[in-house]
Every structure is written in C-alpha cells, then in structure tokens.
Design a binder for this molecule. Structure first.
Ligand code: ADP
Ligand code: MG
Length: 139
C-alpha cells in the first residue's frame, strides 16, 4: 500500500444540487482525507488547460461550458492507494454504467454532468494538483 494524493473536483452540477457535504462524507467514510479544499468558479482558461488532453474530443466545448457555468469545489484527497480507490468510489464516467453505492450512481445526471472528477494515474494527479494548488496550500 502506498500513501497517495489525488485531485478531486465536485463539479458544477453537484454544487448546484447542494451535495458538497454528502459527497465529502462519502469520501471521508472511505478513509480519503481532504487535505486542501477550495470553492471557486473556474475560468475558461483554467478549464481548457485542465482538460487539455481532451481538446480534440467532440465533447470538449460542451465540457468547458459545463465546468465554467457555476462554482466547483477543488480538493486534494490523501489516503492509501487514493488514486484508484477514489476512482472506484466515483463510479463509471457514464452514470448508467456506474455501480450501486458510487458517487456518480447517486448524484450524476448524465455522462457529461457526472458530479465528480478524479485523477486517473500518479502523473496526472501530480499535474492536476499543481494546476490548482500551490505547495504551501497542502497540509
Ligand atoms: P472521467 O471523468 O471518468 O475520467 P474522461 O476523462 O473520459 O472521464 O472524460 C472527462 C469528462 O468529460 C467526463 O467526466 C465528462 O464530464 C466528460 N465526458 C466524457 N465523455 C463524454 C461524452 N461522451 N459526452 C459528454 N461529456 C463527456
Ligand atoms: Mg479522466
């Protein structure tokens, strides 16, 4: 087991539904510890840069519109195997395919408006944490 950090976003749909606390409670219940939290509204440049790997996908414009339409909650989660375990708790990208008891099964509306983001590998976690947090913000 390795102690890891991963980047979590509670997306605009989750914040609109007022589910910040319920989702954080699910994460804490799974021993994922939020070590940095901020609520903010992403700029277009922040959203485009964050999702740059998806720039050529046909849903990219829609994704950037969605991610900038209202506030999000950005968090760094820490725990044993946090990257993989958080992805498991999130559930599949498409809520129709997400397992029972996952965050997306409970709170996602569609494949686009799917409540949460989580890093998918150690390298992406490092990039994504650095995209939104300064080293001095991580306790
Ligand atoms: P994940 O967030 O599960 O890692 P991806 O990295 O494949 O999923 O996609 C990033 C985000 O882009 C998704 O969480 C979702 O918000 C959006 N997205 C993915 N696929 C689609 C799609 N087919 N149509 C609309 N939005 C999509
Ligand atoms: Mg992804």
């Amino acid at each position: 087991m390795t102690m890891e950090r991963t980047l979590s976003i509670l997306k605009p749909d989750a914040v609109e539904k007022n589910k910040i606390g319920e989702i954080i409670a699910m994460l804490e219940g799974a021993s994922l510890r939020p070590i940095a939290i901020k609520r903010t509204r992403l700029t277009r440049a922040q959203a485009e840069g964050f999702y740059a790997v998806h720039r050529e996908r046909k849903f990219f414009g829609e994704l950037v519109e969605f991610m900038t339409r209202g506030p999000v909650v950005l968090m760094v989660l820490e725990g044993e195997n946090a990257i993989t375990r958080y992805r498991e708790i999130m559930g599949a990208t498409d809520p129709a395919k997400a397992a029972e008891g996952t965050v997306r099964k409970k709170y996602a509306s569609s494949i686009g408006e799917n409540a949460v983001h989580g890093s998918d590998a150690p390298e992406t976690a490092k990039f994504e944490i650095g995209w939104f947090f300064a080293g001095s913000e991580l306790g």
